[in-house]
Design a protein around this ligand. Structure first.
Ligand code: HEC
Length: 190
């Protein structure tokens, strides 16, 4: 072993000892995640919506919506609720889709399975599972009223609800409402 090599060897040995010492001091356990030093970038300080937050008005993280706020794209001011307005929507609103839009029909079928089958059943006859458990059956979507109903009127019903059926505006955005109507048309053989 020449003197130069010996020198390197000693340096390396000292370095190894220092590393081991630091390792002992910091207590690194390689079976565990590393010790975290600056955690702010890792863990967001964003408040949970329902958590207390003394920095904000009312001590709440989630602030009330500004009056008049609507979901983007859901603004539907041209029509009010009710059957007359539904009929007017039937005359004035046109679906952005046609039966050639197979994507719209496929997505509509998924949405129908999620939101509508429980009452209207997969075929649209109105014999869904909640009806089998005692709810009054909805009218069949294959009956003449729904068959002859313009798309726009159906859109209005999905937006505002009708009688016992609630609005689906919170569950489906306008595009999805038109898509589900496409599926109703497919069920009707249109
Ligand atoms: C909780 C049960 C329920 C669900 C879920 C439901 N509906 Fe209805 N639907 C009804 C009832 C009940 C009526 C009849 C309302 C009335 O006129 O009193 C109705 C009426 C309708 C009508 C009007 C039919 C007519 O002849 O007047 C259409 C169209 C319709 N529903 C489509 C849908 C679509 C599309 C969905 C899914 C997005 C859906 N419904 C989800 C219960 C439901």
């Amino acid at each position: 072993m020449n003197a130069r090599f010996q020198g390197h060897f000693i340096t390396a040995a000292i370095a190894a000892v220092i590393v081991l010492l630091i390792d002992q001091l910091v207590g690194i356990d390689f079976t565990q995640r590393n010790r975290e030093i600056f955690t702010e970038m890792v863990y967001s300080k964003a408040g949970e919506p329902f958590a207390r937050n003394l920095a904000l008005p009312g001590g709440r993280t989630q602030q009330p919506l500004v009056e008049g706020t609507v979901i983007r794209g859901s603004w539907f001011p041209e029509f009010g609720p009710g059957a007359d307005e539904a009929q007017r929507a039937g005359l004035e609103l046109k679906s952005p889709f046609t039966e050639q839009d197979t994507n719209a029909r496929e997505r509509g079928a998924e949405l129908y399975a999620i939101y509508c089958t429980v009452c209207h059943d997969p075929a649209g006859k109105g014999l869904g599972s909640v009806v089998q458990r005692g709810m009054l059956p909805p009218p069949s979507l294959l009956a003449s009223r729904a068959m002859d109903m313009p798309d726009g009127e159906m859109f209005h019903i999905l937006t505002y609800g009708q009688g016992n059926m609630a609005s689906y505006a919170a569950q489906m955005n306008p595009g999805e409402r038109w898509q589900v109507i496409e599926h109703v048309r497919a069920l009707q053989g249109k």
